[in-house]
Design a protein around this ligand. Structure first.
Ligand SMILES: Cc1ncc(COP(=O)(O)O)c(C=O)c1O
Length: 463
């Protein structure tokens, strides 16, 4: 289709002017719009989107922020939402609704060992709920002392002040302090950037950093650790061999709750239903957002074990006993209605398997071309979540400047491919390109992504 046929030159001009004059875009320097118009996306279908001028792109970013997992243009999800809204659009989360009850049951079937689903509307919010659960348990059982939450360098957990307080990306948080007290950072687990030189047991050593942090803070002060199963926006860092079992053992040893942030990895992105399920571990809390309804509606979930939930069961006359939290939009029924249809699509179309198969295929092409392509230092990934770390010198691993990564992304755009990249998050290491396409990807799509990206990297390397 040619979207430009749908808009007259005048209509396009009006829309662009309305946007430029009125909208404050996320993560954007608006002075750039004095010289160039903002990107305006007007249509999506399958794995592709169209801009207002009619140009089509294969979207290897699933909506720019890795969330349109089942692809664009799903009328069955739109219809499920519409039907539900006519029946009941909203009632506060203090009560039950039909889609919320049914989705919670179906979700928990995919998460053995987990017991309860608490609804909200964004990933940041889901993580904040988890922090509040940990803090309230600290107050109920440990006189408030066991309230600290440890987080890992390079992980991202959200845009609010508390979730930024728990985010290990110094450039991203730079100007928003002071932060909330009680959040403590420990080192990353990126083997390519090993803190210990070349060692055989990197995974074990990296996990020990958690134990060191717990001991430094005092185990009686640490309530939980929050971790992404695979660090996503922080550079697609797949965990090293042996890392996760050790993390789980350390949490058990010190009675620290394990909170896995599956906001990116959840619901099939990595080729299993949940990222943590690659590693044979059992979390206490799991947070989900982006892929829950593939962003057809805003919904997030804080999922806990029954044991965590039971901490809040008490005599109703105890005023402080229950979880004293609420979010208005956690009562919207469009979210769970969309999530139910999203789940059906994932199952009926075998999209979790497709994510694994297409992810393996994408990795195999990229790895085959690595030695003959300049700048590619490391390729990491699991399912359809892939990162390519760019270096100016493969031997010394000197990272390229962020402008080179931006240039590659810009060339891809010109060639009709949207990719992501680490974006002003760390000093020196904004050098990873990120691929996170829709889970319906075909072999042809994979080949287009891989070969277009390789060409773009070669062009950027040649100046
Ligand atoms: C791992 C992770 N956690 C949490 C969030 C925050 O989610 P939201 O933007 O929906 O608040 C994000 C967003 O990118 C994320 O990548």
């Amino acid at each position: 289709m040619n979207q430009s046929e749908l808009y007259t030159a005048e209509a396009k001009q009006t829309a662009i002017m309305q946007d430029k004059a009125n909208v404050w875009h996320h993560l954007s320097q608006h002075s750039l719009h004095e010289k160039q118009d903002p990107l305006m996306i007007v249509k999506g279908e399958g794995s592709r989107v169209w801009d207002i001028h009619g140009k089509s792109y294969l979207d290897a970013s699933s909506g720019g922020v890795w969330c349109v997992n089942v692809g664009y243009g799903r009328t069955s999800i739109a219809e499920a939402i519409s039907k539900q809204l006519v029946q009941l659009n909203f009632f506060a989360g203090t009560a039950g609704t039909l889609p919320a009850a049914e989705f919670a049951e179906k979700l928990l079937e995919k998460m053995p060992g987990m017991g309860r689903v608490y609804y909200a509307s964004s990933g940041s919010e889901a993580n904040e709920k988890a922090f509040k659960i940990v803090r309230q348990i600290a107050h109920k059982k440990y006189g408030g002392k066991k309230h600290k939450i440890l987080y890992r360098e390079r992980d991202y957990h959200g845009s609010t002040i508390a979730t930024l307080s728990a985010t290990g990306q110094e450039e991203r948080r730079g100007q928003y302090g002071p932060f909330a007290p009680g959040f403590v950072e420990f080192p990353h687990c990126c083997e390519y950037r090993s803190q210990f030189g070349e060692v055989e047991n990197y995974g074990y050593l990296a996990a020990q950093e958690l134990e060191k942090a717990i001991l430094k803070e005092g185990p009686d002060t640490v309530g939980a650790v929050i971790l992404e199963p695979i660090t996503a926006g922080g550079g697609v860092i797949t965990p090293p061999e042996g890392y996760w079992p050790e993390i789980q053992a350390i949490c058990k040893k010190y009675n620290v709750l394990l909170h896995i942030d599956e906001v990116v990895c959840g619901l099939g992105r990595t080729g299993k239903w949940f990222g943590y399920q690659h590693y044979g571990i059992q979390p206490d809390i799991v947070t989900l957002a982006k892929g829950v309804a593939s962003s057809y509606a805003a919904i997030s979930c804080t999922v806990t074990t029954e044991a965590v939930f039971n901490e809040f069961l008490d005599n109703p006359s105890e005023r402080e006993a229950y979880f004293r939290d609420i979010s208005t939009f956690g009562g919207c029924t469009a979210g769970p209605a969309a999530a139910l249809e999203n789940l059906r699509i994932l199952e009926d179309e075998n999209l979790v398997e497709n994510s694994r198969e297409m992810g393996d295929y994408l990795l195999s092409i990229l790895k085959e071309m690595q030695s003959t392509t300049p700048l590619i230092g490391d390729i990491r990934g699991q399912g359809l979540l892939v990162g390519i770390e760019l270096v100016s010198d493969k031997a010394s691993k000197e990272p390229v400047d962020e402008s080179i990564a931006a240039k590659v992304a810009g060339i891809c755009m010109q060639k009709g491919l949207i990719i992501g990249r680490t974006n002003r998050s760390f000093a020196k290491y904004n050098n990873t390109l990120c691929l996170c396409p829709v889970l319906t990807l075909t072999k042809q799509d994979v080949e287009f992504i891989a070969y277009t990206l390789i060409d773009a990297i070669k062009e950027a390397a040649n100046g």
